[in-house]
Design a protein around this ligand. Structure first.
Ligand code: C5P
Length: 232
């Protein structure tokens, strides 16, 4: 898979999601389904979106003991999604179990990427609440390196971390980056943001874009602008 724009479909219901997706008549964007929609609508929403021809990033961020994650991943692999994810904080064995569970009998599997540290965790919280004393950037790179060691395909990270992740884990290791805003748009609750063009320059492989597209007056035009800036 090459560079692409993934739309974060952060909607509460299938109805809202399909009303949004129905606006795209000429293209089939790659979509991200998160916990809210998945927990509300169940696996059927994944099948329906897949049947409409979209690629899917199922963003459920698994984190449990290795055996449980392995079995849960085996279930997700049957949904035929394109990317799924977990928390690198679950450790090497959990990540290895996830790869194993995700691998289908024919040897194929969806791409698997790891969340390193959530962007809601800053240095102070990490030190005071989690008692992790290393610099945040070092923790992110260590988690990325662990993900690579366990056989994962990449990480979710800030676009500002993407080039360092490629330096540490190699250019083929995927960086999937949220926190994208247009140059003239509002920042909302995202703290460290970049434009699609800047994310391309830094070397992100996929950008995850929510509100700049979903809340735009013309979402199709906003999506096309993202693709033009990021993919070219
Ligand atoms: O609307 P917005 O463009 O901010 O949406 C970004 C999407 O990426 C949301 O679905 C959000 O949950 C997700 N995300 C994020 N930061 C992370 C991981 C995921 O913004 N570190």
């Amino acid at each position: 898979m090459g560079k692409d724009v993934i739309i974060a479909c952060d909607f509460a219901t299938a109805e809202q999601t399909f009303a949004f997706l129905n606006r795209f008549t000429d293209e089939k964007p790659f979509v991200k389904i998160g916990m809210e929609l998945f927990y509300a609508e169940g696996p059927e929403i994944v099948r329906e979106i897949k049947n409409r021809g979209h690629k899917i990033f199922l963003d459920l961020k698994l984190h449990d003991i290795p055996n449980t994650v392995k079995k849960a991943m085996a279930v997700l692999s049957r949904l035929d999604v394109d990317i799924c994810n977990l928390h690198a904080a679950g450790g090497l064995d959990m990540m290895r179990g996830a790869v194993e569970g995700l691998t289908r009998p024919d040897g194929t599997r969806p791409l698997l990427i790891a969340v390193t540290q959530l962007t809601s965790i800053d240095q102070e919280r990490m030190e005071n609440e989690l008692l992790i004393k290393a610099p945040l950037a070092e923790v992110v790179m260590q988690y990325a390196a662990n993900a690579k060691t366990a056989g994962l395909d990449g990480v979710v990270c800030s676009p500002l971390e993407a080039s360092k992740v490629h330096e540490v884990c190699g250019d083929g290791f995927l960086t999937v980056t949220p926190g994208i805003r247009f140059a003239n748009g509002p920042e909302g609750d995202q703290q460290r943001v970049t434009t699609p063009a800047k994310a391309r320059e830094i070397g992100s492989d996929y950008i995850v874009v929510g509100r700049p597209i979903t809340a735009a007056e013309d979402p199709v035009a906003a999506y096309r602008r993202c693709v033009k800036e990021f993919v070219g």
